[in-house]
Design a protein around this ligand. Sequence first.
Ligand code: NAD
Length: 503
Amino acid sequence: MAVQKLARIGIVGAGAMGRGIAQLMAQCGCETLVFDLDRTASEGALAFVAGIWQRLVEKGRMTTSDAEAARARLSQVDSLAKFARCDLVIEAIVERLDAKTALFCELETIVAQNTILATNTSSLSVTKIAAACTRPERVAGLHFFNPAPLMKLVEIVAGERTDPQVTAALAALIARTGHHGVTVGDTPGFLVNHAGRAYTTEALKILAEGVAAPVTIDAIARDAAGFRMGPFELLDLTGLDVSVPAMQTIYRGFYQEPRLRPVEIGRRRLAAGLLGRKTGEGFYRYADNGEQLPAESVEEQAGDLPDRVAIAGTDWAAERLAGWCKGLGVEIVDPSAETLTLVAPVGTDTATECARSYTDPQWTIGVDVCFGLDSHATLATNPATRPEVAGQALALARKNGAAASLVRDSAGLVLQRIVALIVNLACDIAQQAIARPADVDAAVKLALAYPRGPLQWGDAIGPGIVLEILDGLVETTGDPRYRPSPWLSRRAKLGLSLLREEP
Ligand SMILES: NC(=O)c1ccc[n+]([C@@H]2O[C@H](COP(=O)([O-])OP(=O)(O)OC[C@H]3O[C@@H](n4cnc5c(N)ncnc54)[C@H](O)[C@@H]3O)[C@@H](O)[C@H]2O)c1
C-alpha cells in the first residue's frame, strides 16, 4: 500500500488521550483536526492545549512564534466528514470494541483509500478492529501513554493484516514528534503492559505468602534494585481497579499462561474497595491532600553483633557471601554448634539450603547475594530460626551503615524472584517476536521507568545466574510460572547476551 508523508491528521476523541496526542501532532508540524461527539470536549481540548503552550512560552521552553504556529495548525471540526483529506486518523474514543469498529467503518466511507486508521486502544485487539474494515491492511495501533506529550514511548501495533508500510509510516511520524516508537505485535498487553506484569504480580505473590510487609518489599525494591517506586506504591498509584483487570485480561489472553497468573489477594482487595490513592487507602493510607501516611513501622531490632560467623556451601554464591562477611570484618569459621550460620539461596529458600548443607536451622539465616549486599540486604529466616540469631544477622548486615531487612523464608527471597521474572518475561516477549530485544529494553525503560532494560539487566546479573534462580524456583516451588523461557536458557547455556538475536 503506497503511503505518503503523514501531514494532515484527524483525531477522534478529545479526552485525556486525544488532547495530548493533538498537542504532539500540531507541535511537530502536522495540520491537526479534532472531533469529539461532545463538542464541549473538543473545545475544552483546544483551550487546554493552548494553555499548555502558553505556559511553555512563559517558562521559555517554547518560542512565541512556535506556539502561534502550532495553534494555527490545530482546529476542531463538527463532523467526521471534515476528515476526508486526512492522511491519518487516530482514534482515542471510549475503550469499547463495538464503538471503535463502528467508527472505523464510518471513517472508511469518508477518507481516501490510502488513509491510515490508527487506534489508541490499550487493551483491545487491533486485529479485531481491523477485521471489521474493508481494508484491514491500513489499520494499526498507535498506543500512546498518559500524558501523551510527556511519555516518550509509543507502541506501533501491527495487526495480523497490517501493511508493513503503514507501520513504517507511523514510525516515521513518531520519530518526527521526538518520541520513541517501537513496533510490536498485536498480542494481549502489546509489549509494555505484558512486560510490566512481573513486577507487581510477583510482589503480590510475595505478600500473599506472608514473606514480608508491603513497606519492606517496597524499600528493598527501591534501595537494592533501584526501582523508582516500590511495587505496592506503584499499585496504589495506578489503582487496583486498573491493575487487576489488566492482569486478568492479559492472563486470559495468553490462555492461562502460568507466568502471567494473577494473585488472588489483588482481586480480594479490589472487592474491598482498597484501590489505592484514589480511595484514600490501598497498601498505604493517604491523607485528604494525597500525602502518603507513614506505614506502621516493621523495622526489626538488631541484636548483638556476632564476632564470628559460619558460611555453609562452596559454590559462587557462598564465595560471594564470604567476601561480604570479610568486608564486614567478621571472622569466618567452620559451621559448629551455636554459631550464626549463613547460607546463600539462589532461587531456593533458606530451609532447602539448611537441609542441603546439614546446618542447624535454629542458627541459620539466608542472605540474598544477588541484590543489595551493600545497600539494603535481604535476610531470610526459616521456620526454626531463633529470634536472637535473626537479631545477630541483622546487626552484622547493618554493621557498616547499610540497611537490612528480615523476611520470612521465600524461594528466591524477594528481589531474585521479582527481577528474574522481569527478565524472563522480557525474554519470552523476544522469543515470541512480539518486539525486537533492543525495543523491549527501550520500551520498558521509557514507559515503566525501570532502572535498566530487562534484557540488559539480565546480562548484568549474568544469564547463567538468572537461569539458576529460575531453575531453583521451579525446583523449590514446583510452580511453572517460574519456568525459564527458551530465549533465556539457550543464551545462558551458550554464554550469549540476552540481547542477541538469531540471524
Ligand atoms: N487514559 C489513559 O491513561 C490511556 C492510556 C493509553 C490509552 N488509552 C486509550 O485511549 C482511548 C481514550 O481514552 P481516554 O482516557 O482519553 O478517554 P476519555 O474518556 O478521557 O475520552 C474519550 C473521549 O471520546 C469521546 N467519544 C466517545 N465516543 C466517541 C465517538 N464514537 N466519536 C467521537 N468521540 C467519542 C468522548 O466524548 C470523550 O471526550 C481509550 O481507548 C483508552 O483505552 C487511555
